[in-house]
Design a protein around this ligand. Structure first.
Ligand code: IMP
Ligand code: MG
Length: 188
């Protein structure tokens, strides 16, 4: 898809290109291969945002991993998150004694992952690591250790490569800042 495509018209600017993403995903895959050599970790994809990142990332990892998928949603509106996360679809298999790697699209307040980390610790996972494509450190509201992040980004609303606004733009191959006129139109 070229950057003149119809859905690119709603972007203010491109923040991370597909080439930058591919290079970062490859490098992260190499690091995770080193870290989990000799192990059989479970890679958990947090749907739907992390789906595109997840499918690219696991193909860059050379250890015999398994995959599982979770759908979560935050209680309350996006601006007033309570930090309580509802598990809409849980994992298919138990994680007891397993090395769990949670794969997220973006860490914002950090509340979703803070909660999920506790969930997996309570389920007696051997370890819980957090991997994210994007991190907005300026927005953090809880103390959260992010083990691997590909890009730190400024406090702007971004879409593409799996990330959405109102379920759209997930199919953009690059990551861009959504033009503010799109939210103001949506609020009308
Ligand atoms: P938090 O870290 O618990 O605040 O929540 C992170 C979640 O909010 C992510 O998994 C995304 O679904 C969503 N989110 C946060 N910032 C953005 C953004 O800039 N674009 C799209 N989704 C976002
Ligand atoms: Mg998400």
């Amino acid at each position: 898809m070229n950057t003149n495509a119809v859905i690119y018209q709603d972007l203010d600017r491109i923040l991370v290109t597909r080439e930058q993403i591919a290079a970062a995903v490859k490098e992260l895959g190499e690091k995770l291969t080193e870290k989990f050599r000799g192990e059989e970790p479970i890679f958990v994809c947090i749907l739907k945002g992390a789906s595109v990142f997840f499918t690219d990332l696991i193909r860059e990892i050379d250890v015999p991993l398994t995959t599982d998928f979770m759908v979560v949603s935050s209680y309350g509106s996006s601006t007033k998150s309570t930090g309580v996360v509802k598990i809409v679809k849980d994992l298919d298999k138990p994680v007891v004694g397993k090395h769990v790697v949670i794969v997220e699209d973006i860490v914002d307040s950090g509340m979703t992952l803070h909660y999920l980390k506790k969930v997996f610790a309570n389920r007696e996972a051997a370890s819980v690591s957090i991997v994210t494509l994007l991190d907005k450190p300026a927005r953090r509201r809880v103390d959260l250790k992010v083990d691997y992040s590909c890009f730190n980004i400024p406090d702007a609303f971004v879409v593409g490569y799996g990330l959405d606004f109102d379920e759209k733009y997930r199919n953009l191959p690059d990551i861009g800042v959504l033009h503010p006129r799109i939210y103001s139109d949506a609020e009308k």
